[in-house]
Write a protein that binds this ligand. Structure first.
Ligand code: BEZ
Length: 289
């Protein structure tokens, strides 16, 4: 019982401290980057919840010059939309210098960013991409990783990834130390900041087709590792549309019945997918693909 009381008291104290911290944080959030402490300003970091507890993540006081840099970096970001031509770039990478369009050639591409090298979730993600090598190859896809780390960091980290994830990372990681690609694709997140309080990339994914058109964009938060099987599934779907005039219904997986594109006439559909099923005039399906 004594132990229980002690632990109850401890929890109550922690909770009080926690409440006042949370209140303080709310005040700080309201004042955001305008708050002044001494000669610096407070960069807003949102509360994070984990196992029912709310706490502040990496809130720190940084000089005005830094908050001005955060704002100006974010303001420089461009944004890529579906249907855009993937912005081309030339950069150093762990596989040598890369010019994106030239490197992709007739392949599809998956350009994906992560917050930082030597972090746990990113380590598992990069390992997973390496493990899926044959899946990318069979779909004619080249994966390309990116973070604002240097080539030297990438090269050192790859050794850890290979060791811990039982894989061989042999796709390029772009040297992002000048942040130019992050700015070009709009990968920087105002809430994920590095040790200097400057924005980091989040988990962005751009699927690029052989004509260099961006066909899929996805953004996950830093704390959630991506499901690369889902990205492969989307590529399967995109390729069904590009090569077979088919779309894919909810929860579709390769082999399941697909949907005939509305732009395909019944006459053409009969030639392409003999015996297709008409559920409604606008809902026609087939498994012959
Ligand atoms: C990670 O890769 O483990 C990670 C990075 C930033 C925030 C949280 C997790």
């Amino acid at each position: 019982a004594a132990t229980n009381n002690q632990s109850t008291t401890h929890i109550a104290c922690t909770s009080q401290r926690h409440d006042s911290k949370v209140n303080m944080n709310r005040i700080l959030q309201r004042f955001s980057v305008a708050s002044v402490v001494g000669r610096g300003s407070i960069v807003r970091f949102p509360e994070r919840s984990f196992l029912g507890a709310t706490f502040l993540t990496r809130r720190k006081i940084v000089p005005f010059s830094t908050t001005a840099r955060v704002k100006s970096e974010l303001a420089k970001q461009r944004h890529v939309r579906l249907g855009d031509t993937a912005p081309n770039f030339t950069a150093k990478s762990t596989e040598g210098d890369i010019s994106l369009h030239e490197y992709l050639g007739d392949s599809w591409g998956v350009l994906f960013s992560h917050p930082a090298d030597f972090t746990p979730v990113c380590t598992t993600e990069l390992g997973r991409v390496a493990q899926l090598k044959s899946e990318w190859e069979s779909r004619n896809v080249k994966p390309i990783g990116y973070s604002i780390n240097s080539n030297a960091d990438h090269a050192k980290w790859i050794q850890d990834i290979n060791e811990t994830q039982n894989c061989k990372v042999d796709f390029p990681l772009i040297d992002g130390s000048d942040k130019s690609v992050a700015l070009l694709y709009g990968m920087l997140d105002p809430d994920e900041l590095d040790a200097e309080g400057l924005p980091l990339t989040v988990r962005s994914v751009f699927v690029i087709d052989p004509q260099k058109i961006v066909r899929m964009i996805l953004t996950y938060p830093a704390s959630t590792g991506r499901n690369f099987n889902e990205i492969l599934r989307v590529i399967d779907s995109l390729q069904m549309t590009a090569y077979k005039k088919l779309a894919t219904p909810a929860d579709w997986n390769k082999g399941d019945r697909a949907v005939i594109l509305p732009s395909v006439s019944n006459e053409e559909a009969e030639k392409l997918f003999p015996g297709f099923t008409t559920i409604k005039p606008y809902l026609r399906t087939t498994d012959k693909y």
